[in-house]
Design a protein. Structure first.
Length: 387
């Protein structure tokens, strides 16, 4: 195992200790680890090489690139040189430049990229650049920019070109895993939306999960539910045929309540919430959706549920607005924009929906990034974009 836990959860001292251990024990390069003596992104060729190396790990089982560690041969395997020879000086804006290159060149974007500068002795001249990406739930990733259009994987201590069969298999695996969520979105046991009021339905379904009907019927599971209501809100848990349902006490148009959250045996969650309290003259306040629904009510509780069931891997979100024809939207903050001539765009259908792919790792470790992406996608339906 390359890391004992995700590097984002490790502090600077932990990462430095981990890095020094690799160097001093001369840990060899592998399918998960690659040493580079230096790094440069000045030329087109260097940018392509960087993207090839990073996507090769994402397209396999994940791994780390360590820039600033020269290597030597030991029985035909690359190992780090002495720690006294390790470390380089990196510009302050280097990480931002790398992120921008990857956004410009790699498609689809790398969803769980982690980049960190590790100082070996507290000096900026003795730094090592760590770039880590686990095996991607959205692979294969193409080096698309600069007219490349190629896919790479890790092999023989370097990035190698994927053949047509390997690319096809990667696409088929992605499609097959997402098909589970697609079927659930279409056939899940969801309540009929009332005709009075405007509602948001937010569903998330894990791609790889077991049914836990017996486990969720046990008394200790009910005790967990009682001790862990969504956002600490008051309400009641009621069993239904495919799981448990939480009905908060606030009143509203969703069968007499403001919201209801369904917790399914397969680990999926569905939140139905009445938006009427945040609509004034057909104008919806999206700040409430961002700061309350996403930040407090839905995403944190989803993380807690997936952790309880030890669910990992890819997940799919589906968001659905009901009874929304003619609805416009606004944010309270001033960093959102719309077309200056027409303003925010009203919804021209009774309902609209979109699906967004993610993973448990992104939810757990990069939740602000995930939330931003979901809010941006939701806001675009109203002709709004972020500064």
């Amino acid at each position: 195992m390359l890391f004992t836990r995700h590097p984002k959860l490790m502090n600077d001292n932990d990462l430095c200790t981990w890095l020094k251990s690799l160097i001093t024990r001369k840990a060899p390069e592998s399918d998960y680890l690659d040493y580079k003596e230096s790094v440069s992104i000045n030329t087109q060729k260097e940018k392509i090489e960087l993207c090839k190396d990073i996507t090769s790990f994402a397209n396999e089982s994940g791994g780390a690139l360590l820039y600033g560690i020269p290597e030597e041969d030991q029985n035909g395997v690359p190992v780090p040189k002495d720690i006294s020879e390790c470390g380089i000086e990196l510009p302050n804006d280097f990480i931002i430049n790398i992120e921008n290159i990857l956004l410009d060149v790699v498609a689809p974007p790398l969803p769980e990229l982690f980049i960190k500068v590790i100082n070996l002795d507290g000096s900026s001249s003795k730094s090592v650049l760590l770039i880590y990406h686990p095996g991607s739930w959205n692979k294969p990733h193409m080096v698309e920019g600069y007219k490349q259009g190629r896919y790479y994987r890790r092999g023989n201590f370097r990035s190698i070109l994927m053949n047509e069969k390997q690319v096809e298999e990667a696409y088929l695996k992605r499609k097959a895993s997402s098909e589970v969520a697609k079927v659930f979105f279409e056939t899940g046991n969801f309540r009929e939306i009332p005709t009075v009021g405007t509602f948001l339905r937010a569903i998330v379904c894990p791609h790889f999960s077991l049914f836990r009907r017996e486990e969720m019927a046990e008394r200790k599971f009910k005790n967990w539910l009682d001790s862990n209501p969504p956002d600490g809100r008051r309400g009641e848990w009621i069993p239904f045929i495919d799981g448990w349902c939480f009905r908060g006490y606030p009143e509203g148009n969703f069968y007499g309540k403001q919201y209801e959250m369904r917790f399914f045996y397969n680990g999926a969650i569905c939140l139905d919430i009445d938006l009427s309290s945040e609509i004034n003259q057909d104008l919806l306040t999206l700040t409430w959706i961002e700061e309350y629904i996403f930040t407090k009510l839905f995403l944190p509780y989803l993380d807690k549920v997936l952790e309880l069931h030890r669910i990992e891997g890819p997940i799919s979100f589906k968001f659905h607005l009901f009874n929304a024809k003619g609805l416009k939207a606004k944010f309270k903050s001033g960093n959102w924009y719309s077309d200056p001539k027409i303003g925010a765009t009203p919804i021209d259908t009774m309902s609209l929906s979109f699906v967004e792919e993610s993973s448990v790792n992104e939810l757990r470790l990069f939740q602000p990034n995930l939330q931003k992406r979901l809010v941006d996608r939701f806001s675009s339906a109203f002709g709004l974009w972020r500064d």
